[in-house]
Design a binder for this molecule. Structure first.
Ligand code: FAD
Length: 400
C-alpha cells in the first residue's frame, strides 16, 4: 500500500510528486498518456510562468517530468476508471490494476472544448487559442475573434480588448449568456464588435491564422473577417468523470476544494484545473500540487493516529473510541483524544460514533473545547518511533 496516489501527471500532479518525494512519502503517479506534462504538451509557448519566459509547453513539461523523475517518483501508465473511497484505505481502479493508498490527490486536469471548425486543429498554437490569459499578449495591437457567449468568452473578450486593436465576438445566439455586469462591460467597449447569430465555419491563412469565416445561422450568409487570432471559449470540461459520486463536485463537474485541496472525503485532495478555483494556469496548478501534498501529510499524521485508535481498540475493546469521521483538520483533536484514551478516559464516556473532540469533552465533562496541545509533544508520548514522528510532522505541528 502506498502513502499517496497522485492521479494525473500534468503540472499539478508533477508538482505534487516532487513535494511528495521530498516529504519522503511513498507515492505513485498514475497517468494515462505516455508523455507526462498534461495540457502544456500541446502548448506552443508558455510566456507567463515566472522565471522561464518563452519556453515551449513541451520543454516546460519535460523539465517538470525530469525533475520528478530525478527525485525517484514512481509513475505508471494507466487510465483511472473508478475509485473506492469508502474505507481508510483508498482504492484507485485503472484499466489494468487496482492501487491502494492512505491518501489520494486527484490532479486529472481539464480539457478545453473544441468547435470542430475547419482549420481549428491545423492552426492550434499558430493563431487558434483556448486561453486568452495564456496567449492574449501575443496579439497586442492586432485584430482577433472570440467565439462563445458565456462568462469565460466575455471575460476573454474584455481582457483582449485592453491590448488588441479590435475584438470580434462571434456568438450563435442574439444575446449573451454571461453575467449581466460582464455583458455591460463588454458592450461598452469601443473596439468590440458583436457578430450575433453566427457560427465559426473556418479558419484560414498561411503559416499562421489570417482569416476567420462565420456563417449567419438564419440567412446562411458568410462573412470573412481578417484576424490574426481566434480565441475559442466554448467551455472547459473537468476530467473528473471517474470521481463522480465519490467526491463532491459543482454543477460543472469541478471537484469542490479550496486552496488546501481538501475535498469532502477525508484523505482525498484535488489539485490543479480539476478543482473549483478562479484561475486555471500552470502557476496555480503547481501551487495546488504543493498545497495538496502538505494537506496530505497532515492527513497521514491523522491516519497514523486513527491506526493507533484501531490498535488500541482491538487491544482493549471495553474502551472503544473509534472516530467515525475524521477530517484532517481535526488532527489535534484526534491526538488529544488518543492521549485521553490512553490515560484516564472512563469507558462509559465513549461511544463508537463519537468524534475525538466529543470523546475528549465527554471524558473531561467539559462543554468547552479543550486547549490545543503541541501535536508533536503528544505524539512523542504515544509510543510511535521518534524518527517516524519527526518524519511525519510538519512545522505547524511544533506549535500550538
Ligand atoms: C492550448 C492551451 C494553452 C495554454 N497556455 C497556457 C499558458 O500559456 N500559461 C499557463 O499558465 N497555462 C496555460 N494553459 C493552461 C494550463 O495548461 C493548465 O492550467 C495546466 O496544464 C493545468 O494543469 P493540471 O495538472 O491541473 O491539469 P492537466 O495539465 O490537464 O493534466 C492532467 C493530467 O491528468 C491526466 N489524466 C486525466 N484523466 C486521467 C485519468 N482518468 N487517468 C489517468 N490520467 C488522467 C491527463 O492525461 C493529464 O496528463 C494552457 C492550456 C491550453 C489547453
Amino acid at each position: 500500500m502506498y502513502d499517496l496516489i497522485i492521479i494525473g501527471a500534468g503540472p499539478a500532479g508533477l508538482s505534487a510528486a516532487i513535494y511528495a518525494s521530498r516529504a519522503r512519502l511513498n507515492a505513485i503517479v498514475i497517468e494515462q498518456n505516455y508523455v507526462n506534462g498534461g495540457q502544456i504538451i500541446d502548448t506552443y509557448e508558455i510566456d507567463n510562468y515566472p522565471g522561464l519566459p518563452g519556453l515551449s509547453g513541451m520543454d516546460l513539461a519535460m523539465k517538470m517530468a525530469e525533475h520528478a523523475e530525478k527525485l525517484g517518483v514512481e509513475t505508471v501508465n494507466g487510465f483511472v476508471q473508478s475509485l473506492d473511497l469508502t474505507g481508510p484505505v483508498k482504492k484507485v481502479i485503472t484499466d489494468e490494476d487496482t492501487y491502494e493508498a492512505k491518501a489520494v490527490i486527484i490532479a486529472s486536469g481539464a480539457t478545453h472544448s473544441k468547435l470542430g471548425a475547419e482549420g481549428e486543429n491545423q492552426y492550434g498554437g499558430m493563431g487558434v487559442s483556448y486561453c486568452a490569459t495564456c496567449d492574449g499578449a501575443f496579439y497586442r495591437g492586432k485584430d482577433v475573434l472570440v467565439v462563445g457567449g458565456g462568462d469565460v468568452a466575455v471575460e476573454d473578450a474584455i481582457f483582449l480588448a485592453r491590448g488588441c486593436n479590435k475584438v470580434y465576438v462571434c456568438h450563435r445566439r442574439d444575446e449573451l449568456r454571461a453575467a449581466k455586469i460582464l455583458q455591460e462591460n463588454l458592450l461598452s467597449l469601443p473596439n468590440v464588435e458583436m457578430v450575433w447569430n453566427s457560427n465559426l465555419k473556418s479558419i484560414t491563412g498561411g503559416m499562421k491564422v489570417e482569416k476567420a469565416t462565420v456563417v449567419n445561422k438564419f440567412d446562411k450568409s458568410e462573412r470573412t473577417i481578417p484576424v490574426s487570432g481566434v480565441f475559442i471559449a466554448v467551455g472547459i470540461t473537468p476530467r473528473s468523470e471517474f470521481a463522480r459520486n465519490h467526491v463532491a463536485m459543482d454543477e460543472k463537474g469541478y471537484i469542490i476544494a479550496d486552496e488546501t485541496g481538501a475535498t469532502n472525503v477525508p484523505g482525498v485532495f484535488a489539485a490543479g484545473d480539476v478543482r473549483t478555483k478562479q484561475l486555471r494556469q500552470v502557476v496555480t496548478a503547481v501551487a495546488d500540487g504543493a498545497n495538496a501534498v502538505t494537506s496530505a501529510e497532515k492527513y497521514l499524521l491523522t491516519f497514523s493516529i486513527l491506526r493507533a485508535f484501531q490498535l488500541l481498540s482491538a487491544l482493549n475493546p471495553s474502551r472503544i473510541c473509534m472516530p467515525a469521521e475524521q477530517p484532517m483538520r481535526d488532527a489535534p483533536a484526534s491526538i488529544m483524544a488518543l492521549q485521553v484514551f490512553q490515560s484516564r478516559m472512563p469507558p462509559a464516556a465513549l461511544t463508537s460514533t463519537s468524534s475525538p473532540t466529543t470523546c475528549f469533552m465527554r471524558a473531561t465533562s467539559s462543554t468547552v473545547a479543550p486547549p490545543v496541545p503541541k501535536p508533536v509533544d503528544v505524539l512523542m508520548k504515544s509510543g510511535f518511533a521518534r524518527s517516524d514522528i519527526l518524519a511525519r510532522c510538519s512545522i505547524s505541528d511544533f506549535s500550538r
